[in-house]
Design a binder for this molecule. Structure first.
Ligand code: NAP
Length: 249
């Protein structure tokens, strides 16, 4: 499905990003696995290589524009082109109602979850256009579509990712570059392990998903893979939930 394609995945040392990187590689892409620090990313690379795929690691903090530029440049240097990017790195941030939310906490979440997506896209787009187009999938959330008490920064950042996705989709559609966003419900990953550890909170979260369970990273990866592939050739500017029915409520 992705033979001869070159892909970047940010936040690929854990959770959803790792699952996306593995799915891209399984379908034949060379994957530049990126994360803040090496251990998780190197483990993703090792899993891809063990399965016969092509991957290497590049450390980048998505809150740093220069690092995002270097990451996109590295894809072209190492593999000759850039076709696909999954801008996935993100954090949950502190939990507090808006009136009590710290300024530092707000800035940190916006820097990583929204500014980071913009910095990555800004670096990726010219390189994709040089190659005749491509596909960007931004990892939003159900909380890009609805509010969630005590998560004002996360919700605002993910809503921002949707706006950025739709705008870039319009700007580059005629040049063969598609830009879409994925909206996971609550997914079993280290990001929410603290929430899942509390039985009452976990039960509350499960009750928000009509399917009756939380999601798996691989279920998000399959949608991301499809949006990144030629099978989705007429899909751009879309926000696609993968949420066990969360947004039907
Ligand atoms: P995860 O397991 O915590 O993985 C996130 C990865 O991003 C980690 O490897 C983390 O590195 C990395 N990261 C954090 N800050 C970074 C930065 N500044 N620069 C580069 N990498 C950074 O979380 P996940 O659940 O897979 O989340 C992936 C994406 O899905 C996020 O955008 C999240 O908002 C979104 N999402 C998750 C859920 C969910 O329920 N899990 C639901 C909806 C959307 P460290 O571990 O070193 O910090």
């Amino acid at each position: 499905m992705l033979k001869d394609k070159v892909a970047i995945v940010t936040g690929a040392g854990s959770g959803i990003g790792r699952a996306v990187a593995l799915a891209y590689a399984r379908e034949g892409a060379a994957v530049l696995v990126s994360d803040l620090t090496a251990p998780g990313g190197e483990e993703t690379v090792a899993q891809i290589r063990a399965a016969g795929g092509t991957a290497s690691f590049f450390a980048a903090d998505v809150a740093d524009p220069a690092a995002c530029e270097a990451l996109a440049a590295a894809a072209v240097e190492r593999y000759g082109r850039l076709d696909i990017a999954c801008n996935n790195a993100g954090i949950g941030g502190e939990a507090a109602p808006t009136g009590d939310y710290s300024i530092d906490g707000w800035r940190q979440v916006l820097d990583i979850n929204l500014n980071g997506v913009f910095y990555c896209m800004k670096a990726q787009i010219p390189r994709m256009l040089e190659g005749g187009g491509g596909a960007i999938v931004n990892m939003a959330s159900i909380l890009g579509a609805v509010g969630f008490a005590t998560a004002p920064a996360y919700v605002a950042a993910k809503h921002g990712v949707l706006g950025l996705t739709k705008t870039a989709a319009q700007e580059y559609a005629a040049q063969g570059l598609r830009v879409n966003a994925v909206g996971p419900g609550f997914i079993h990953t280290p990001l929410i392990s603290g929430l899942e550890a509390d039985a009452a909170t976990n039960a509350m979260l499960v009750s928000l998903h009509p399917i009756g369970r939380l999601g798996r990273a691989e279920e998000v990866a399959e949608l991301t893979l499809w949006l990144s592939s030629p099978a989705a050739s007429f899909v751009t500017g879309a926000y696609v939930p993968v949420d066990g029915g969360y947004l039907t409520r």
